[in-house]
Design a protein around this ligand. Sequence first.
Ligand code: ADP
Length: 503
Amino acid sequence: MSPPSVPSLPAVRPLGRVLIVDDNAELVETLRAVIASGIPGLAIETAANGAAALSMAQKGFDVAIVDVKLPDASGIDLIQPLRVASPFSEVLLLTGFASVDAAIGALRSGAFAFVLKSFRPEELISIVEQALGKVQLKREREEFERRYRDLVEVTDVLVFALDADDKVALMNRKAAAMVDIVSDQALGRPFLESWMPAEDRVAMRAALAGTRDGTAPAHHHRAYEVETAFVDQSVHSTSRRRVRWHLSRSPDATGLVYGIGIDITERRALERRAADAEALSAMGELAMNLAHEIRNPLNAAVLQLHLLNRNLDRLEAEEPTRAALKDRVRIVGDEIGRLNRLLTEFLELARPRGIAREPVHLPKLVDEVLDLEEESAKGRGIAIVRDVSAEGCVAIGDREKLKQVTINIVVNALEAMKQGGRLKASVHPEGERVVMTFEDNGPGIEPAVLASVFDPFFTTKEAGTGLGLSIVRKIVDQHGGDVVIASERGHGARVTVSIPMGR
Ligand code: ADP
């Protein structure tokens, strides 16, 4: 025996709501009694005319049983407004006569079925049960569809559906956002032509065709995967993402192909950067070995050149001939010197060696470098002005490397001032940093050139290596500092280096 019902259980929602619309009160009561006894748990309400029925329908109902002839309306005319008032409902028409015409008329007007006023109880109950079942199914289907729609919309993957002509039948919010349109605007547009670069369309078309006729390669489990760019081709945009698409054919007769895409732009970019770094470090090592290999024969050549020069002095020849030969030797010597400098600087740049960490008194260091360059500056008609604080300008770092930084910057300034000029060097504490500035009044640097001065091998000088400022930047970086170059054409250049202080 079933246990006694527990009174504290929450009220059970009625299994369904039935609305009976008829002006014959006696018939209404019979209907109500039959239905209530046959299908327990239903909420049954009644209305005596069309107007009352419509106002009650606003509260919602599942199945309405409506007399064809009402005092104020035809039951047939009531079907549509009733179903609009309560979506997912069905209407049964109640008629006095059984005729084929009546049946057809009822069904045409959108009724679920018709019921004879001379119904047999079990017949009525069965029809009402069927109608309730259909309503229930429609509700469930709607609920499923709603959940799928939500899922498709909120998901982080891209979703599309294409019809037989590759036109968009569905595109979720994420995919639409990526190509910068509203989902609805995508409908009907050619998918490949609109958002795929020409070079990727062939692969996509092949994948779509394979998906449609089910010839996907065996290891793909009846689904195709293809990677393409997904592009916003509107005039103002240059955004381009890499997307991996998983294609599958709709199982029903619609012939749609569904695509689910994952944005792999960042992953691909990372992979490429890692590969680049690897190639670079392999190259760097190779280049370093090569540089070392070049150095030895170069040194041998310098030695030979030196001997050649000495032999020339002893050569029995006319003075102009000897002078011409010595000139050639000098040129070769200069070229070798240039190569040697290039190698030294290149090795300096490429060597992964760490830096020392000791207190470095930067004003003293700058003074030393300027003392060193004073002579050559004077020879070029350049005055050096020093503005150096003695106090509080100690950085933690590598003395030799910081000296290299200073030399490279000062030499650049001196080389720039071909017509003479003035170099002003200053060192001052600024917050937690020591700031060194070197200001010349040479020709300055064109904006186009300024953008490249830190690039390795970038030079505007005939015998330049283009590595001086690259080295400056690398060393300053290693010290956790900053270097900037400012210049206005015709107003010289100002290089500012700041290095964290040592405490
Ligand atoms: P290099 O001195 O061998 O050319 P750098 O890397 O030191 O290599 O300099 C790169 C380029 O930056 C120079 O060729 C020059 O055009 C420019 N430059 C650097 N310093 C100055 C400056 N003080 N005034 C004008 N141009 C400069």
